[in-house]
Design a binder for this molecule. Structure first.
Ligand code: WTA
Length: 651
């Protein structure tokens, strides 16, 4: 038994210095939250004014979570997102840095002012127009973390085209699926990306994808590394050459609040990734407001979110939220451990970062390297720390607080999703007493409810499925091209409520503790993946008969990918085949879907109706052999023993 007294506090009130100057204090949170849920129309009607509208809205909210489900906010207003993120700051911030770009190589960085941002975005917008892109069209972006990624997003927004960003870690096949699904005619990519000193062959991947996407007529290529690339005349154009040919003036398109802004593909429990669609007005109001309050952003501060723009965090909290607020946002091309494990903190010192927002997986990886690489840096500019993407284990939270934040920086553990557009549950730095591991309390206007598996509302201290009872402006509006799937995925499990897919616990103080996905989505290093996608990649291999994929606890990644594979008759398990399957999945989906463990399974546990019992596979993968539960409903209980035996023999 551990007899050492536990002296670590379990609650962390806002440091006085932060609370005194914060946008919102404890009393303010309670008051504003009450108003936001009692009278959402009045609350959001007021908040919507944080944007510049071309035609001001008179209608605030029109929402139904039942029937065919519709969600509209500020819906008779018109505006332009790029004008809100750029033009309106030119009067007083033209020479302020909008984007600090820090290259993979520490010797490379640059500052882009709001004036420069304006010029770059206008030029690219004119190039897009010249290439035939019109309002409502889709443009796909497959870029590394370079300023052109932000220019491309804002240029689309400027002319009313929707962007669809595909993370650079996705394979050509995944890129092609996304190009085809939203019928993009134009792709923006780069010759190569650069991460941790290694080159990523983006143009090469894109060329493979384009060979199977006949509707893409134009490819704009940013020169990043200068590496050799193949070229298709008439289709491929150098970005720098094209922007030099056009005017630096491009008036913003007047968009309705409910016109689409972007599509972002994300994984669900079934089928192919779905195109989450966000619209213009509500999304930007919500991204801007959450960025200001959750990070307590103050004018002049340098703010850094380490996500990639290929994920929603990069959309809302590198580009749209911060730029709508006239902030200085840092964009980092590299990785946390290159050239050394002090890199994050060196960048903090180099650029005087005040607010730092990262993922638990990065914190855990750096924690493993000990305190010295952190402590040799100053970090005195830091004021607020944030976490996103997966539950943060209390040990990592405490380390982040003590070692990185020197116990003076509040941590905001922000829970949200691609679908939610912005942060749903999080502390506010000057208002909320934190508890390590808890995302704490809902943001303004967000009404979390906990239900049991039958949809019964659970009150008070409880545990169950996390739903949201009413809409907030940043919520997704539909699945691109498939509204039925939207309704089925999010509003039919628990009738009339938005279902997050996450489980949670609510404690006696009303704090929320997210316990992880309750569906077949796994979260690997903060990246969301559908087990069904990985399974269908595996069974596409000629030697594989059947596959079942589950998540299992992984020290660094949060969850690892565990694949059970049944081979075709006549095929034999071998280490070579294991390697071949890993390579295969990387090719089919991308390196982020690399299986961590493959276990050969002569048979999979199935119910008599043929459904794979994943609950059992999860337990075996987690080495919880004692807790397999009832296996009597299985068609052949013997397969479980075989699987357990071979799991144990692997050690
Ligand atoms: C998980 C990322 C616990 C959750 C913004 C959710 C979290 C999924 C947290 C969405 C958090 C995100 N604590 N779990 N603070 N933040 N998650 O769409 O399971 O990539 O459903 O959006 O990540 O992942 P997505």
């Amino acid at each position: 038994m551990n007899t050492t007294p536990n002296t670590t506090p379990s609650t962390f009130p806002p440091p006085e210095a932060v609370a005194k100057s914060a946008w919102v204090d404890a009393e303010g949170y309670t008051r504003m939250y009450e108003q936001s849920v009692k009278d959402p129309e009045a609350f959001w009607g007021e908040q919507g004014k944080r944007l510049d509208w071309i035609r001001p809205y008179t209608k605030v909210k029109d929402v139904s979570f039942t029937g065919d489900v519709h969600i509209r906010w500020f819906y008779d207003g018109t505006l332009n997102v790029s004008a809100n993120c750029i033009d309106r700051h030119l009067a007083d911030k033209a020479d302020q840095t909008a984007i600090i770009w820090e290259g993979d190589n520490p010797a490379e960085s640059k500052h882009i002012t709001y004036r420069e941002l304006h010029e770059q975005v206008c030029r690219l917008a004119n190039v897009l127009k010249a290439k035939g892109v019109k309002k409502g069209d889709r443009v796909t972006i497959y870029l590394p973390m370079i300023p052109e990624a932000a220019y491309a997003m804002l240029a689309c927004a400027r002319i009313g085209a929707m962007h669809s960003i595909v993370f650079g870690g996705f394979s050509p096949d995944s890129l092609r699926d996304r190009l085809v699904d939203c019928d993009s005619h134009l792709l923006i990519t780069a010759d190569e990306g650069l991460r941790g000193g290694r080159k990523v062959p983006l143009k090469k991947n894109a060329d493979v994808a384009l060979a199977a996407s006949p509707n893409v007529r134009t490819q704009l290529v940013v020169r990043r590394t200068g590496g050799a690339v193949d070229w298709t005349e008439g289709r491929d154009f150098w970005y720098d050459e094209e922007i030099a040919k056009v005017s630096a003036d491009c008036p913003p398109e007047e968009m309705s609040a409910e016109d689409p802004l972007f599509i972002l593909y994300t994984s669900g429990s079934t089928g192919k990734p779905k195109g989450v669609l966000h619209t213009t007005g509500g999304y930007l109001v919500y991204a801007s407001m959450t960025h200001q309050y959750v990070f307590d952003y103050k004018p002049g501060e340098v703010y850094w979110c380490t996500a990639d723009v290929g994920w929603v965090t990069g959309h809302s909290y590198i580009v749209y939220g911060p730029l709508a607020n006239g902030a200085t946002t840092l964009m980092f091309e590299g990785i946390p451990n290159y050239p050394s494990v002090s890199r994050f903190w060196e960048v903090v010192d180099k650029h005087n970062v005040a607010i730092f927002y990262t993922a638990p997986t990065a914190i855990r990886a750096l924690m493993r390297e000990g305190e010295a690489p952190v402590k040799k840096t100053s970090r005195k500019s830091l004021r607020i720390l944030g976490s996103v993407g997966e539950p943060i284990n209390p040990e990592a939270w405490l380390w982040y607080n003590r070692v990185v934040g020197d116990e003076r920086c509040p941590i905001v553990d922000t829970f949200w999703q691609t679908e939610t557009g912005g942060i749903l549950i999080s502390p506010l730095p000057g208002a909320t007493t934190a508890k390590p591991g808890s995302a704490t309390l809902p943001f303004f206007g967000v009404q979390p409810v906990v239900v049991d598996n039958d949809g019964k509302l659970l009150e008070g201290e409880t545990e169950g499925n996390l739903c949201i009872a009413d809409s907030w402006p940043g919520q997704m509006r539909t699945v691109f091209g498939d509204h039925v799937r939207f309704v089925q995925t999010y509003f039919s499990t628990f009738e009339g409520k938005y279902f997050t897919g996450d489980g949670c616990r609510r404690d006696a103080d009303g704090y929320y503790w997210i316990t992880g996905r309750v569906d077949d989505v796994i979260n690997v290093s903060g990246h969301r993946m559908g087990t069904a996608e990985i399974e269908s990649a595996l069974v596409a291999h000629p030697k594989v008969a059947e596959a079942a994929v589950v998540g299992y606890p992984h020290d660094l990644k949060g969850q690892g990918i565990y694949a059970y594979v049944t081979l075709n008759a006549g095929e034999h398990p071998s280490d070579e085949l294991r390697k071949e399957l890993v390579t295969w999945v990387r090719k089919e989906i991308g390196p982020i879907a690399t299986p961590d463990l493959i276990q050969w399974a002569p048979g999979l546990p199935k119910t008599r109706s043929g459904k794979i019992m994943r609950r059992i596979l999860r337990k075996i993968a987690a080495n919880e052999h004692e807790a397999l539960g009832d296996t009597s409903t299985l068609a052949d209980p013997g397969v479980v023993h075989d699987l357990v035996d071979s799991r144990m023999n692997r050690g």
